[in-house]
Design a protein. Structure first.
Length: 208
């Protein structure tokens, strides 16, 4: 394990966050299946990293009840209700938009459900590829807003200024002209409840 990763996990420990390092996606999926009991319910946030990991299908396949708002055929209203239910599941899975080498975790969200899950889920697991590590919290915030968000807007075909040219235009990104994605900014600096928050860091590039 690289020295930088060891230092990062040590920073998390001092922030009351449990950190794990997995070399690749397969090892990370195995670790998640070890952490989450087969009898637990599981919710999720929108995350390309989770999709690339394929963990929701693995959990559902072994018998976990999964609240997945992205299943085909759901109406918008039904999807929003599943989002709300997912935040109250035994485990809530998400990924960070960026993290600092000192351990802060950055999330930008359109729907408040992810912020609710981050703040109050019984058990929160954040997965993150090493491509999202930045030098400090200021750089992490810039990465989330100016790099990850434009790419996600393009991927999801959202009508935002940044989706057109990849440049954040926060001063004009307003409703109803645009469907803004950066509605909530959530920063985790530490965790008060022992063993509630776990981060699975993966030694590959995942998501944006």
């Amino acid at each position: 394990m690289q020295r930088e990763v060891v230092e990062l996990i040590n920073h998390w420990q001092r922030r009351n966050i449990t950190g794990f390092y997995c070399e690749n996606k397969d090892a990370a999926a195995k670790k998640l299946l070890e952490i989450i009991p087969a009898t637990s319910t599981v919710g999720r946030a929108g995350s390309l990293s989770l999709d690339e990991l394929g963990i929701m299908g693995l959990l559902e396949g072994r018998g976990n009840k999964v609240f997945d708002q992205y299943k085909p055929g759901l109406s918008e209203e039904a999807g929003l209700e599943i989002r709300r239910q997912g935040t109250q599941a035994d485990y809530y899975l998400t990924s960070a938009n960026a993290l600092s080498a000192k351990g802060e975790l950055i999330f930008l969200s359109a729907y408040a459900s992810r912020s609710v899950g981050l703040a109050s889920a019984k058990n929160l697991i954040v997965i993150c590829g090493v491509n999202k590590i930045t030098s400090d919290i200021e750089t992490a915030l810039r990465r989330a807003r100016h790099y990850a968000t434009p790419l996600n807007c393009r991927r999801l075909n959202w009508n935002t200024p940044c989706a057109k040219d990849g440049v954040c235009k926060e001063p004009i990104c307003r409703f109803p002209e645009y469907k803004r994605m950066c509605c909530q900014v959530f920063i985790i600096e530490a965790e008060i409840t022992p063993d509630r928050l776990k981060v699975v860091l993966i030694g590959e590039n995942l998501g944006y």
